[in-house]
Ligand binder design. Structure first.
Ligand SMILES: [Zn+2]
Length: 563
């Protein structure tokens, strides 16, 4: 089966696409399970690197995880696109080749396979995250979202009601607008309900049944975690669910991760930490580098790069905690982002929207522009005109309105590939910014009959420093570069230790946009360090030297002790 990016993938198709890519280039790509979901599905991890130039864990890496939220399928497809881009681009595209020769990509396209599968089922069910019922397991009475007319979609139901809060717009009779305080005696007025059936209907009231599968796996991470009562979806404890636990264990087992990407939908935004604190609390150098790396994302994708705290709050007086990106930055000390793929707003010509705040307040002109976009470019697939339906409990209703899953949450099929492709390039760019150790030069000097001074210079040829963030330094997360000489049986040290600590090395990110007089006029060599040993052995002996760093990789060289 050809792997194409013109539709959303269910679990079986995603699994076979990943296996196909691994089979195509086993030297570049391998697939493993990092754990099992609540319902027992394997959570796949693709490891992509050129194994001919070294194993995955000897190279700096990026982590990409997607589809932790059930309906956000575009993120999974984008993750698969990255794997496909890497596997098929190696050997033909110089950037991809260099990236795979020198870096590793860890990609989990679907963290939450159970919830994602329900979104593509027929009939579909749209959950926030996991399918596990928590904290309660009983069924509550009230309206339960579902595909009541069996057409494979969940739309809205409108019911004419003299006390309804909605009225049709006189600019487009399909559109419902809020009824004004002084609007009486006219109409028709409507109540608006999500498509579904009512559990234990009393024939008078329609409460909304709370969804018992209310876990939100992106509120589960141990970063300022709060209880469910304060942070909805948080679960009984941090990482209590198999999906989040599997991700955290896999990430912690890969200390070479330097940058971290979480794929979500929607808003056409690249979000960065903090979720819960202002930028003033972030080290200046980290903020600056976040913005440089993020600006490249904006350049490539058109998505604005913003802080969650400052620009992406559901409630201006509350913050979200327990999110994966803040955990990655705050506790692992790596650069981390949440990409919110897609928004129909810019496609409809609405460019100055303020992300989720738009939903709370916007002019009717925007709704009309969106309707035009749906009508003219999507054949009406975004907004379904109201059609009559005989509801089993409510009697005659009309079904229609916005197609949330295929217009707001995910792009229509024909727009998928163009939306996701630039993000693969941005993530490859991120991988190439990671620190990487290379051996610069080895010098051997004879100090007499059998004594040698061995000096080997190592440098960081990456853009970021070996510690990656200042946050990692401050929290003492990253160990030093270790240099080790293997003496074998034919050599011994005159003094000192075969293992030397060399600290951290700067990267090229210290350069700014111009040479100034405040420090950058004198570069020096903070990206380079020397390991020195005094060795006793015969003339002609060869010794191996290894430099290793948890993030910047492992490099080796051989020095020959010869006069
Ligand atoms: Zn999400």
């Amino acid at each position: 089966m050809p792997i194409t990016f013109d539709h959303l993938y269910d679990y079986a198709e995603l699994t076979s696409a990943l296996r196909e890519l691994a089979a195509l280039r086993p030297d570049l790509c391998s697939i493993e399970s990092i754990g099992r979901s609540h319902e027992g599905r394997d959570i796949w991890l693709a490891t992509v690197t050129n194994t001919a130039t070294g194993p995955h864990d000897h190279k700096p890496a990026i982590w990409v995880g997607a589809n932790i939220h059930s309906v956000e399928h575009t993120g999974a497809l984008a993750a698969l696109h990255l794997v496909h881009r890497l596997v098929t681009g190696h050997g033909t595209n110089p950037t991809v080749s260099h990236a795979l020769d020198t870096r590793t990509f860890y990609v989990v396209p679907r963290i939450n396979p159970d919830g994602a599968e329900l979104a593509l089922a027929n009939p579909p069910t749209y959950l926030r995250s996991s399918t596990r019922r928590w904290p309660r397991t009983d069924d509550a009475p009230g309206l339960v979202e579902g595909d009541v007319d069996g057409d494979g979609r969940i739309l809205s139901m409108r019911i004419e009601d003299s006390n309804g809060p909605w009225v049709t717009s006189d600019r487009d009779r399909r559109l419902l607008v809020a009824r004004a305080p002084d609007d009486f005696g006219g109409g028709p007025y409507y109540r608006l309900l999500i498509e579904g059936e009512i559990r234990e209907y009393d024939e008078l009231t329609i409460p909304i049944a709370p969804e018992r599968r209310s876990l939100d796996l992106n509120r589960q991470f141990p970063a300022q975690w709060r209880v469910h009562g304060e942070q909805v979806g948080a679960g009984p404890a941090p990482l209590s669910e198999p999906e989040t636990r599997s991700v955290a264990d896999a990430v912690i087992a890969r200390p070479n991760i330097c940058l971290y990407y979480c794929h979500h939908t929607f808003s056409a935004a690249i979000l960065r930490p903090f979720d819960d604190r202002p930028d003033d609390e972030m080290p200046t150098v980290d903020l600056k580098r976040f913005n440089i790396l993020g600006a490249k994302g904006t350049e490539l994708t058109g998505y604005r790069h913003v802080s969650v705290f400052h620009d992406f709050r559901y409630d201006p007086k509350d913050v979200i905690t327990g999110g994966e990106d803040t955990w990655a930055y705050d506790h692992l000390g790596v650069y981390a982002w949440t990409t919110e793929f897609w928004s129909p707003l810019p496609k409809a010509g609405i460019t100055d929207f303020h992300f989720i705040n738009w939903f709370g307040e916007h002019p009717v002109d925007d709704d009309l522009a969106l309707l035009r976009f749906s009508d003219d470019q999507l054949g009406g697939a975004g907004f379904v005109d109201w059609y009559p339906f005989d509801h089993p409990q409510l009697g005659p209703v009309e079904i229609g309105g916005w197609n949330w899953f295929r217009f707001w949450t995910n792009p229509p099929d024909e727009l998928l590939e163009a939306e996701i492709a630039p993000h693969s390039e941005w993530e490859i760019f991120g991988a190439l910014s990671s620190p990487r150790l290379v051996v610069r030069e080895a010098r051997v000097e004879s100090l007499g009959e059998q004594t040698w001074r061995v000096r080997v210079a190592v440098e960081n040829d990456g853009w970021l420093p070996t510690n990656v963030t200042q946050r990692a330094n401050d929290r003492k997360i990253v160990g030093p570069i270790l240099a080790e000489i293997s003496l074998g049986v034919s050599a011994q040290l005159a003094h000192g230790s075969s293992l030397i600590e060399l600290g951290q090395l700067a990267g090229r990110s210290r350069a700014t946009t111009m040479v100034d007089d405040f420090g950058s006029a004198t570069d020096g060599t903070p990206d380079r360090a020397i390991a020195e040993w005094f060795v006793e052995c015969d003339d002609g002996v060869e010794l191996d030297v290894e430099f290793r760093h948890q993030r910047a990789g492992v490099v080796r060289t051989t020095v020959q002790l010869r006069r």
